[in-house]
Ligand binder design. Sequence first.
Ligand code: GLV
Ligand code: MN
Ligand code: MN
Length: 414
Amino acid sequence: MTLRSVNGLRLLGRLRELGSVGRDEAGRLVRLAASDTEKIGRDRLAQWVEQAGLELAVDRIGNVFGIWAPNGLDAASKPLMLGSHIDTVINAGIFDGCYGVLAGLEVIETLKAEGFDPDRPIVVGAFTNEEGVRYAPDMMGSLVYSGGLSVEAALASVGTDGSVLGEELARIGYAGPNEPGFLKPHAYLELHIEQGPVLEREGAPIGAVENLQGISWQKVMIEGDANHAGTTPISMRRDAGLAAARVITFLRERAIASNTPTVATVGCMEFEPNAINVIPSKATFTVDLRDPDEERLLAEEAALADYLERIADEEQVAISVERLARFQPVTFDDGIVAEIEAAAAGRGLRSRRMTSGAGHDAQMIARIAPAAMIFVPSIGGISHNPKEHTPDEDLIAGANVLLDVVRKLTSSDD
Ligand code: GLV
Ligand code: MN
Ligand code: MN
C-alpha cells in the first residue's frame, strides 16, 4: 500500500511566510508573545485555519485552536491534539514552534483532502508564550491549559517591558472566550526541530522523544555600593558586578566538573548604574539550570544557593533570588513513542529515542493527556538563532511521520 503524504510545498511555503512576519528594521525575527508582530502571525494562522475549513477557537489565555470534527463528531469529545507555538525568542530562526503548528495543520488538511474518517476530532493548537522571553514562566499557555497555573495569575504577568499579558492579549484581539482546558485531549503530539546536535550527528532523520529534562529559572539580584572607579581601592569595594561574574564562572566550572548532563546558562544581565567609571551598585541576572534527573537538579539549585551565601559574605553584598519557573523532568507516553518509531520505520526512516533538552508545550499537556514528541534534525544543533536550519526533506519527513501517527491514533481499528 502506498502511504499518502503531506503537501510538502504548502507546508514549506507557510513556514517561510510565517518566518517573514515579525522582522524588525535590522531584519531580525522578533515575534514576542502577545506583541504587535505576534498578532500578525496569529492572524495569518487564523486565516489558514479557516481556509482549511476548521473551526477557529481562542481561549482566555490566547491559545489558538483549529478544530476538525467531521461526520457529526463532537469537538469537545476527547480530540487528538497536535500543536506547539508561534511566539519566538529575540532574533529567532523560523522553525522553532512554527513547524509543529503548521505541520499539525498540514496533517489535518491532508487527512481531510483524502476523505479520512477519524474516530475522534483532531485539533491543532498554538500555545501562548511558550518561549517565556516576554513573560515568565515559559510554556505559559499550555501550563494554564493543563491546570498548572490559574488563568488569572497568568493574565496578570508583568513582562520584561512592563506590559501586562492580559492587557496585551485584549489589545491584539486574542483574549478569547473559551476556558483553558475546554477541549480534553485524548492524546497530544508535538513535532519540533531538535534544537540540538544529536540527530544530525547520528544521521537519524527522526527522534522519538521519550522524556524531557527538568528546568529551573531564577532571577538573582545582587546589591553592593556604587562608588568611584578611579579612587576606590579594590579592598574597599562592594562590587555587585564582580559578584555576578563570580556566579557565572561558578556555574560553568561546576557543570564541567560534574560530568553529568547538567547545563547552566546566565542569559540576561543588567548592571546599575551601568556606567564605565562607576562600580556597579546592582547586578540583576537570570540563571537557567536544566537536568534530566530531578535529584540532580535539586542538588544544583542547592549548590547555587550555598554559593550565593558564600559570595554575599566574601564580597559583602546583599543577594536575593526570585523563582521564575520550575518544571520537573517529564516522561512521555511509551505507547505513543513506540508508534512514532513504527511510523518512522514504515517510511523507511531511521529513528532514535531521545531526551529533549528544550522545554516544550508537550511537557505541560502531558499533565492531562498521554503525550510524546517527534524531532527532526537541526543543522549544527543551532537554535534560538537565525541560523537555525532543517533541510526541507527532513521537515517533510517529520510531517509525514506525524501524519502516520495521527492516522493510527484516530483509526477505529486501533
Ligand atoms: C524553550 O525554548 C526553552 O527555553 O527550552
Ligand atoms: Mn519551541
Ligand atoms: Mn524556543
